[in-house]
Design a protein around this ligand. Sequence first.
Ligand code: NAD
Length: 299
Amino acid sequence: MHIAFIGLGNMGGGMAANQAKAGRTVHAFDLSVTALERARANGCLPAASAAEAVKQADVVITMLPAGAHVRAAYAADILPHARPGALLIDCSTIDVDSARAVAADALKAGLRAADAPVSGGTAAADAGTLAFMVGAAEADFAAVEAALAPMSRVTIHAGASGAGQAAKICNNMLLGVSMLGTCEAFALAEKLGLAADRFFEIASKSSGQCWSVTSYCPVEGVGPATPADRHYDGGFATAMMLKDLKLAQEAAARAGAATPMGAQAEALYALFANQGYAGRDFSAVLQLLRGQVETLKKD
Ligand code: NAD
């Protein structure tokens, strides 16, 4: 299988490497020379341009920062140069409207297209254990799943074009809200003199149980190892959470959905990011609620 991989950053670098490791021919392109050199070291074939990379490809995978980058790459490089019938899979996290627009343009050009954003950070990208949520025609899903296999732990068909992006932003809005609720509860427990490890055990086995409590506890030394145990370094950056919450709010406004908790979460994460903590893991917002924000390393 010939793959074109465009966007070899923190996520795309490891994902392209896993495609090459699986024995596929990977024509890789990024604007960054360093990223291209790393791709070469990982068994990919660096291309001179995105247009060059897509010419021979059965499958074109993009992993770019935002909707504008994806729209531009599709219009200028991918749609005019892809082989007839090629399968285009955008794994970036972008707005639903851009996802639907590029898929419609691809269809008009005689190509097949899917949106397949991921859950899991750079560690999962490197390990090939990402979760993909896919928006694609029913008839194309098996081909999408096969193309993503070397990078995937699980691949779920969310629905038609754009449904993968819809699932991604709804999931991450839920995560942002649940993390803030978790942080508030631990901060209140502390003020009430409750030991954090006792509260962790109780909430983990009671109706407050959620992933933010049991698997990603924001309190240092409590529960399994998380970014809280390493000064909130690494993990899922506040800037990334804020990007996803903004996408959710824009989508909610367009769809006429009421998302007051999502709006609160966006406002709180924007406040936290603007104070200089956009690079901290998103669970570090606990320190803001505790009144201990100055203990955090600034960007
Ligand atoms: P990144 O900024 O590290 O990588 C993006 C890469 O795209 C860069 O190397 C950049 O040079 C390249 N690029 C930009 N425009 C280009 C173009 N026109 N042609 C070729 N290359 C171009 O970002 P990332 O962390 O890898 O994230 C990529 C996407 O994945 C984003 O949409 C992000 O929201 C999403 N995502 C990230 C994470 C994470 O933990 N980092 C997790 C889930 C989803």
